[in-house]
Design a protein around this ligand. Structure first.
Ligand SMILES: *[C@@H]1O[C@H](CO)[C@@H](O)[C@H](O)[C@H]1NC(C)=O
Ligand SMILES: *[C@@H]1O[C@H](CO)[C@@H](O)[C@H](O)[C@H]1NC(C)=O
Length: 150
C-alpha cells in the first residue's frame, strides 16, 4: 500500500513537472481550410520545466460526423506524419509570432467537406532525479474544410 501511495505521488509530481504539452499554433480551432491546398501545420512546444527528450509524434485528420469526431487515440482517416518530433526555437521572431520551439509540417488538406478533427499524439520523456518519466498526450482541434473549386 505504501508503495502504491508513493508511486501515485511520484506520478502526480512528474505529471505536474512535465505536463506542459505541445499545441497547435496554426491552424487554430475553428479555422477554415481549403481542400487540396498546401498548408504548414505549426506545432508549438513551450519549453518544459525539466530537461526533456522528445520521442515522437503522429499527426492526422479525420472527418467528423454530425454527432462526433473520432479521437486521435482511436484512428486517423488521413495520416500526415508519424516519426520523430524535433521542435526548434525560432532564430528570429516576427511581430505576432511566439518564441516557442516549434516544428512545421507541410501537408495537403484532404478532400473532406465540412467539419474535421486535426490531431496529434505526442510522447516525450522528462528527466527527473530518479529517472526518465514518459509523457503522453493527445491534442486536437476542429477545423472546417471547404471546396477549393467553386
Ligand atoms: C511555419 O508555419 C507558419 C504557419 O504557416 C509560417 O508562418 C512560418 O513561416 C513557418 N516557418 C517555417 C520556418 O517554415
Ligand atoms: C479534443 O480535445 C479536447 C480538449 O481540448 C478534449 O476534451 C476532447 O475530448 C478531444 N476530442 C477528441 C475527439 O479526442
Amino acid at each position: 500500500m505504501k508503495n502504491i501511495i508513493s508511486l501515485t505521488l511520484i506520478l502526480t509530481l512528474a505529471g505536474s513537472a512535465f505536463a506542459q504539452g505541445a499545441s497547435f499554433a496554426y491552424p487554430q480551432d475553428g479555422d477554415t481550410l481549403v481542400a487540396g491546398s498546401s498548408i504548414d501545420i505549426r506545432i508549438d512546444r513551450p519549453t518544459p520545466s525539466a530537461p526533456t527528450t522528445e520521442a515522437g509524434i503522429g499527426l492526422g485528420m479525420s472527418p467528423c460526423s454530425s454527432e462526433s469526431c473520432p479521437s486521435p487515440e482511436t484512428s486517423f482517416e488521413h495520416l500526415f506524419y508519424a516519426g520523430g518530433f524535433n521542435p526548434q526555437r525560432p532564430s528570429q521572431v516576427a511581430a505576432g509570432e511566439d518564441f516557442n520551439a516549434f516544428q512545421n509540417f507541410t501537408v495537403t488538406v484532404p478532400s473532406i467537406s465540412g467539419s474535421a478533427i486535426l490531431g496529434f499524439l505526442h510522447s516525450s520523456f522528462g528527466e527527473g532525479a530518479s529517472g526518465y518519466f514518459p509523457f503522453f498526450e493527445s491534442v486536437n482541434i476542429t477545423v472546417n474544410i471547404i471546396s477549393g473549386s467553386q
